[in-house]
Design a protein around this ligand. Sequence first.
Ligand SMILES: Cc1cc2nc3c(=O)[nH]c(=O)nc-3n(C[C@H](O)[C@H](O)[C@H](O)COP(=O)(O)OP(=O)(O)OC[C@H]3O[C@@H](n4cnc5c(N)ncnc54)[C@H](O)[C@@H]3O)c2cc1C
Length: 510
Amino acid sequence: MDKEHVDFLVIGGGVAGLRAAIELAPHGSVLVVTKDIPTESSTGYAQGGIAVAMSDEDEVGIHYEDTLKAGDGLCREDAVRILVEEGPERIQELISWGAEFDKEGSKLAFTLEAAHSRKRILHAHGDATGKELERVLIGKVRSYPSVKRYAFAIAVELIVSDGRCFGAYVLKNRRVVPILAKATVLATGGGGQIFSITTNPQVATADGMAMAFRAGAVLEDMEFVQFHPTSLYLPAAPHFLLSEAMRGEGGILRNINREPFMKRYHPQAELAPRDVVSRAIISEMVKTKSDHVFLDLTHLGSDFVRRRFPRIYSTCLQYDVDITKDLIPVCPAAHYMMGGVKTDTNGATNIKGLYAAGETACTGIHGANRLASNSLLEGLVFGKRAGSSALKNPVEAPEPELQMPTVAHSIPAHDEIRGRLRRLMWEKVGIIRCESSLTTAKQRLSDWAYILDKTLLTRRELELKNMLQVATIITEAALKRKESVGAHYRSDYPQKGKDWQKHISWRKKI
Ligand SMILES: Cc1cc2nc3c(=O)[nH]c(=O)nc-3n(C[C@H](O)[C@H](O)[C@H](O)COP(=O)(O)OP(=O)(O)OC[C@H]3O[C@@H](n4cnc5c(N)ncnc54)[C@H](O)[C@@H]3O)c2cc1C
């Protein structure tokens, strides 16, 4: 049987995977696998920026407090402390590697976003921060001859034996190859594609969470899914994200009768926490019997808007919306998963040799709701920490006997099932949930449970299996949490319950 050996395997090439690879590169051979082209990741699409307490008016203590407040009482405080304290160093390092953040005169320019009490969001080329991060991190990775990168290489399952991870089975050129490593870093991003309306790219199908769960890793906080209030709503267009920074710069939400409404819902109006804004939009949509509201930037000055949001401006123009003159039709969309593979503050999971970082991990930083722009910073800070702890704790055990995944017949109508699953999750497990919607979702998902027992070897089928696995856990977690906390809103339990400060964990019996 063909197999490959490397010292370190990194699954995923977004901010977290690349930062982990940079940490590992001086210490051995590293392989980074990505399931699509190297730049196709949520990281590449990130617009608004990266939160870091570096402006003259800011302090790490204030960033810490804002993060805890957004997390609604469920953040892990030690992890948040690490994020805000190590963040400035990670940004300085990035600048020393060539990152060009926007400036005002000779100083870095910081903007305001929802639920931040200071201007602390660094951005690059206006609204292309993620692209700049990828450019710099990929450049740095390429400077190490010890790092190999495989594109269109899909991790199918982790290789786990006796509670230790030895690498992963990877599908490449239609063949499955076992890739054996002394440590494996899972950095596969989130799972927004589980919902029919999402800002996430096609690669975001929760593969890492599903593989880790099947291998015996603990998942936590899976009921907490963040819905971004403003994605472009046009029948012919994808749900392109309209950055929080547009409201930070003074953008106003109006219902279809052109009335501003956010002040009726929250004293911070457009800058209220994301879950509040998303629910307010849904309420206005219901009241006005419409499937969208508008975001209005027309009063901000066309030169400023074009300069500040060049990518959003040109994308919307492709769909005939001139954001300097027209009201922009918007609706909420699934955006970010706070939960994931449970790790400690060094990225270690409960499986020896398996580390996780970035959106696929649950360090507990985001609690029940993520503070805007904290996730790119999380990828940098905890990608580095996962890399450095992976190299200190290699798995020193005899190679296990390999059990190549045996291929099942393909699933009839799998693309149709994928569409039905995504719509079901949006309608029944979306922004507003209740016992009856969740029970319906659970029943319908169970109709497809046979898919979970199959080993499938095409990308679309594998993704469906992973989406179904994680959708089922999200639904069960949402059913189990009979209260409303952070981004998890139950219309039948609108308040926090008695025992709300718990975390709900999931582990497969193996
Ligand atoms: C449109 C948009 C805008 C955003 N804006 C911001 C922002 O302004 N600020 C902010 O902080 N956050 C923002 N976010 C969130 C943030 O971008 C992500 O949370 C973060 O980039 C996740 O990084 P990651 O490294 O964990 O995963 P990703 O960047 O998503 O990378 C995942 C990688 O894993 C690979 N992969 C997945 N499955 C497999 C598999 N089975 N086998 C092999 N490889 C696999 C993918 O190919 C990809 O390379 C935004 C997200 C989106 C979608």
